[in-house]
Design a protein around this ligand. Structure first.
Ligand code: CA
Length: 440
């Protein structure tokens, strides 16, 4: 249902918010992503907002002004709360009604302009928080390139497990340590088995890594015991954000067998503040394709819509800014550029597989896509792949090298979609910074 284009996607639409008409903005009137914000350094209540150009439309202010009516008005009221869970729970009909009403009210010549002008807050004056109360967080593993590269490093003789091409692999992560862009966190410590040693030591991770992922926020849930079929799966998804699954590779290598990721992953996960809806991404759908000779998904993971338009062409980039670059006034340097279109499993398949056993999803639940490495090495979304396990350091433009992250390093994820005949839309930034380990 969100595969179809409608008037909100018309690339010729312009907004009375002038900055939304700049060609390189992430937030034209065709995007309209959601976040939870307040003015920086204030004790204002957190509330939902919609990005438009370099401004935020304050949904609490719009609700108080009574600008929107009907289903869209109810959605604005739900979106004015301190988390977006209530809006997420309303379902796709309400999200579509809200998007249409916002699109019409923010266009050039809209009669709502006068009332809504007083509901704008500059993004430069805002701070953000995690946009939903995340009950559960599940991290998938949907890039076959990442799974193969990582598998080769951890298990040279057996890189890709035989279940990979049949099961959308995932594990249950930790919601409490999910933070929003701007997050700075202490380098994790834990058990490490040093090379050649016979007993582990405990100490700060020396192989701290990133994972370039997309986050998928669930909207409506499903009752326990009632699976979500693939035809309905996407109607349960509210939207996508950027996600960095920080990973301590030395902790991971020692602890991961036999039950998988644990303390190597749950000390911090950073997401972008803005959630871009699936409806906004409709122009950027592409066919879901498997390499020749790979098995077709089992029938419960297959549908004609999923085959024809189940994947998304979202450009993704990772930048690193070292302390030396920051001191020299230099921005971050790009170390990876790839696209979400290379994923081996789609969003619909993730939702359907997660619920095939009757597991209940709830509004505000978060999925990670898994590291979105593409087919070539410069498209790898983790340092462990980009440096072949730390053996080949990255050369940065200022002459510095990196294998794994050092204290003070900041990582910036970016995502955007562009093509002829559609408006360019973006995700904004997802930034996180490493602080030194706690003193033992
Ligand atoms: Ca991950």
């Amino acid at each position: 249902m969100t595969t179809h284009l409608n008037e909100t996607h018309d690339p010729s639409l312009r907004s009375w918010v002038v900055s939304a008409n700049q060609p390189q903005t992430d937030f034209p009137v065709q995007n309209l992503p959601f976040a939870v914000f307040r003015r920086s350094g204030s004790d204002e209540p957190w509330r939902g907002g919609v990005a438009i150009g370099d401004q935020i439309l304050d949904l609490a202010a719009a609700d108080a002004a009574g600008v929107f009516t009907g289903l869209a008005g109810s959605a604005v009221k739900a979106g004015s709360e301190a988390t977006l869970n209530a809006l997420m729970a309303m379902g796709s009909q309400a999200w579509q009604a809200l998007r249409l009403a916002l699109s019409r009210a923010l266009r050039d010549g809209a009669k709502e302009q006068t009332a809504l002008q007083t509901c704008l807050v500059p993004q430069a004056q805002a701070e953000y928080t995690v946009p939903a109360r995340i009950g559960d967080y599940t991290d998938f593993y949907t890039s076959v390139y990442h799974a193969t590269n990582i598998g080769r490093l951890f298990r040279p003789d057996n890189p890709l497990m035989p279940n990979y091409k049949w099961v959308p692999i995932g594990y249950h992560g930790r919601a409490s340590s999910v933070g929003v862009s701007g997050q700075a966190f202490v380098r994790p410590s834990g058990q490490i088995m040093p090379p050649g040693a016979t007993e582990p030591v405990v100490g700060p991770s020396r192989r701290l890594d990133i994972e370039l992922e997309l986050g998928i926020f669930l909207g409506t849930g499903n009752p326990l015991g009632e699976p979500v079929g693939i035809e309905e799966a996407e109607s349960h998804v509210f939207g996508l954000c950027l996600l960095n699954d920080w990973s301590a590779r030395d902790l991971q290598a020692w602890e991961y067998q036999p039950l998988g990721p644990f303390l190597a992953k749950n000390f911090a996960t950073t997401i972008s503040p803005w959630i871009v809806t699936l409806e906004a991404l409709a122009p950027y759908r592409v066919a879901f394709q498997r390499p020749e000779g790979d098995p077709s998904p089992l029938p419960y993971l297959d549908s004609s819509v999923n085959r024809e338009a189940g994947a998304f062409d979202i450009q993704l980039q990772v930048g690193i800014q070292t302390p030396a670059m920051r001191e020299a006034g230099q921005g971050d340097a790009s170390i990876c550029l790839t696209s979400y279109r290379h994923a081996y499993w789609t969003i619909a398949q993730m939702v359907t597989h997660h619920t095939v056993n009757g597991c209940n999803l709830q509004p505000g639940d978060l999925f990670g896509s898994g590291t979105l490495s593409g087919p070539t090495l410069d498209q790898a979304g983790a340092l462990i792949e980009l440096t072949q396990g730390g053996k080949n350091p990255l050369q940065l433009p200022n002459g510095e090298q990196r294998t794994f992250l050092e204290d003070g390093d900041a990582i910036v994820l970016r995502g955007w979609c562009e093509k002829p005949g559609a408006a360019r839309i973006g995700f904004g930034e997802c930034r996180g910074t490493i602080l030194p380990a706690r003193k033992a």
